[in-house]
Write a protein that binds this ligand. Structure first.
Ligand code: FAD
Length: 413
């Protein structure tokens, strides 16, 4: 995609009736670009500020999204690297169990291409993309906001009626504006490695990937794979441990490139609206606590933000009161999932490697695997059915010391 680059800003006063834009969207990741596209297509004058020279760079993410997400947002095949209807789950001791569904459940997309596509859609809808533009401050002046922006190093001021904050997790701006994560933070990092023969996604569990963590190897571009780890601490060290093990096993070659390590918020945000600003995506903790995936939830958050901002602009009130409907709107879509996902994550983190090994063993018994995977949840909305399965295991363990499925599995074997 060719980015329009920086445009000539309108010189403005700090306050007053003049507005350069109706909406200033800060951050051209999936959440910000989707929000900018929606608001521009509703006829608002939208600026999309991006800190980096072009959307999508630098990349940090694996780019796995559900089929539901691909279909809902009509994502083209040109950005899809692979479809996945199966994955291999590795136990702490390295045993493999393949979980397979008939239809494709998820896609691995080129994350740079995805971000650039979404930003291009925003521009096509009428938004002005301003790159190399770091928003350093947003001040509510009553009736609107003033943004201080460093555009290619030069400080400028812009006026907008309302801002959408989509700066991802942990940006200095979000902290300055009082959007604190109020959540646990795990971290993820990954590397591109040479891997001439990597047909399928594999997920790793156990101490090799650290407490509460999981690792992955995912087919990427031709002859390459992404190897990564998402865990609570020492993420880079665990990632290198996993890469070393895969190299020792002769499954992958050298590292081609390492991505930066990034924090991922786990748990509900306390507040996502202040006077003149709504927060979407990672900065609002709109992330699945189980997997750490946030592309789809961030885009869903952007739908709620755009609907609310549109109403607030029509009503002429972009104060926290005028924008208040946003909180209820996005929470209706994903609060339950984030809450239960966090509980589920905590429950899984209590399991010892031995217990995980025993549960994994059930997946290797063909009949039981069919039963367990038949109840496997939708890719993005999985906490309730998974909690149900976990609860069955828990109750059975309480009564007998081990799950009945485990006893049955022993008889089968
Ligand atoms: C290792 C790893 C793997 C992951 N894999 C997946 C996956 O497979 N699937 C999935 O769904 N999720 C995955 N995630 C999570 C996913 O990357 C995030 O949830 C998603 O990127 C959030 O989108 P966003 O638009 O909210 O923020 P971001 O994608 O972080 O975008 C924020 C944008 O704001 C810009 N910005 C920041 N500050 C400013 C500022 N002051 N002024 C202007 N611009 C600014 C940034 O440059 C950036 O472009 C992964 C995360 C990690 C760490």
């Amino acid at each position: 995609m060719t980015t329009p680059g920086t445009h000539t800003p309108v010189s403005t006063a700090e306050t007053g009736d003049h507005f350069d834009f109706d909406v200033a969207v800060i951050g051209a990741g999936p959440s910000g670009s989707r929000g900018a596209q929606l608001l521009a297509s509703l006829g608002h004058r939208v600026a999309l500020f991006e800190r980096d020279p072009e959307p999508g760079h630098p990349v940090h993410c694996t780019g796995i999204i559900s089929r539901e997400c691909v279909e809902q947002y009509e994502l083209p095949s040109s950005i899809i690297l692979h479809g996945a209807n199966s994955f291999v789950l590795r136990s702490p001791r390295g045993h493999a169990a393949r979980v397979r569904r008939k239809a494709i459940q998820a896609y691995i997309v080129d994350r740079i291409a995805l971000d650039q596509l979404l930003a291009a859609r925003a521009v096509e809808a009428g938004a002005t993309l301003i790159t190399n533009a770091t928003v350093e401050d947003v001040r509510w002046t009553g009736g609107g906001v003033t943004l201080s922006v460093a555009v290619t190093g030069e400080r400028r001021a812009y006026r907008a009626r309302v801002a959408v904050l989509a700066t991802g997790h942990g940006s200095p701006l979000s902290r300055k504006l009082g959007f604190l994560p109020h959540a646990e933070v795990i971290s993820g990092c990954q590397a591109v490695v040479e891997a001439p023969n990597m047909p399928e996604v594999e997920v790793f569990t156990g101490q090799i990937v650290g407490h509460g963590g999981y690792g992955w190897i995912v087919p990427y571009k031709t002859g390459q794979a992404l190897v990564g780890v998402l865990t609570r601490a020492h993420t880079v060290r665990y990632m290198h441990g996993l890469i070393q093990k895969l190299q020792d096993d002769g499954r992958i070659g050298p590292i081609v490139r390492e991505f930066r390590c990034r924090g991922i918020p786990i748990g509900l945000a306390e507040r996502t609206v202040v006077d003149g600003i709504v927060a979407v995506g990672d900065v609002a903790n709109q992330v699945k606590p189980t997997s750490g995936g946030g592309i789809y939830y961030g885009m869903l958050g952007a739908e709620s933000a755009a609907a609310t901002v549109h109403e607030a602009l029509a009503a002429g009130d972009t104060s926290a009161v005028g924008l208040g409907a946003y909180e209820a709107r996005w929470r209706r879509t994903m609060e339950r999932e984030i809450r239960t996902g966090q509980t589920l994550r905590h429950a899984c983190e209590q399991l010892s490697d031995g217990t995980v090994e025993r549960l994994h063993w059930l997946l290797r018994v063909p009949g039981l695997r069919r039963v367990l995977t038949a109840t496997s949840p939708r890719f993005d909305w999985h906490s309730a059915p998974l909690l149900h399965v976990l609860d069955r295991f828990r109750r059975a363990s309480h009564a007998t010391g081990e799950p009945p499925t485990m006893q049955r599995a022993r008889r089968v074997s």
